[in-house]
Design a binder for this molecule. Sequence first.
Ligand SMILES: Cc1ncc(COP(=O)(O)O)c(C=O)c1O
Length: 490
Amino acid sequence: MFKQARWNEPLLLELSDNICSNVENIPEGFPKELYREKLSLPNVKEPRVIRHFVRLSQMNFGVDLGTYPLGSCTMKYNPKLADRIVSNKKIRDVHPLQPIDTVQGVLQILYELSQYLAEVTGTSKTSLIPAAGAHGELVGALMIRAAIKDKGEVSTRKEIIIPDSAHGTNPASASMAGFKVVKIPSDENGLVDVEALKSIVGNTTAGIMLTVPNTLGIFEKDILEVVKTVKDVGGYAYYDGANLNALLGKARPGDMGFDIIHLNLHKTFATPHGGGGPGAGPVCVSNDMAEFIPVPTVEFDGKKYYLNYSVPKSIGHVKGFYGNVSVLIRAYVYIRLLGASGLKEAAERAVLNSNYLLSLLNRDFYEVPYGDRVPRKHEFVVKISNKLIERGASTKDLAKALLDYGVHAPTVYFPLIVEEALMVEPTETESFDEIERYAKVLNEVAEKAYEDPERIRKTPYNTSVGRIDEVKASHPKTLCVNWSRIRKSG
Ligand SMILES: Cc1ncc(COP(=O)(O)O)c(C=O)c1O
């Protein structure tokens, strides 16, 4: 069984408070209480420093360490080549305020990336600026609003329809853009109920936002009818394409009639994800929507690349400068590395891995909500069985127990439409061996939970920290990163 690094001989960086009370030569205007006569810097030998930081790094978990099948997050392996390329000083040292003539190379990359993304989504124009998926959604919803305003319908078309199987950010984004969210329930197969949709669309409908595949990992088989139903009443169709790794090279949202698609480059195109770091949520739009795109866009006049700020009906600026360029370039490298056939293969492998893992699970412990009749794509959702719940075990217990095996738990308690949910996305970069090992571990923790629910409730046993107070842990005011304070508070 996996044993994580324990805190051993901690490096105490205690700085004595050498505040100077009686010092001459304090520069005028400098607050006296902040002045230090001499700094008491720790005097620690190199091996101790190295061991301290290596030990710290071992207390964490990441995609470079093991399987990390967080459903909805696509925590796949990011090729190191992309990091190496963005660390090249020709890219790393470029400043957004440099004269355009001196950044032609970077602009060429951004321009070509825009074209590639338009190509894979079947659209005409791309904005690379949004900094995350949810930001892309907000930009898309604002573009729908601008288009409706342009038609003089802003006072009537106030509703955005969103299925209950959508990603949680969809209703938040629509609401931030000033729309009323109308929720439609999924049918017994986890799909949009087309008859229910037909009964609620009308001249108050601004559009629909569809997460595809949805949060159950299911592709909407009636997608063409869904899009047509909304467009027939004058609404717009928005495609949350954060899960495009299930469809790359197989099907294009633009061909299905969608007006706006956002992508999560930090999911689909293997750029770093998580930890609150920079992301990229480009928005790809149809011809009709192109006139509302945020500025600036990256253009090419046949000789030179340039930034275009004159888009008369643009929704305007949505972020400083041109997006998170280092993330965009990593995505560009990933696309160039794989090529069209590689991207398609990535999608096939993502779907295969997810279905393979699902097929290996013990159905006595893991049930598939919304039935097995509809195939799953790149991710799937299971719920723990009543057999386990009656023994007093919960999804949380199983997730914690997994950590003792040196793997990360799947996403838990999401989507909200499934109680005691585990949302699993193995991703395309896991090998079959890893998938088999993960399935074995999932089955083993369920068996152990059934045999000895008392023990599982105290897991994990082998990690640096055990169960934490999750409310406190995510509350910034109580965040404490200072060793001496941790020590004092015990
Ligand atoms: C389907 C879907 N939509 C939207 C988002 C939001 O993206 P972000 O976290 O970059 O804001 C995610 C995030 O994982 C997602 O999975």
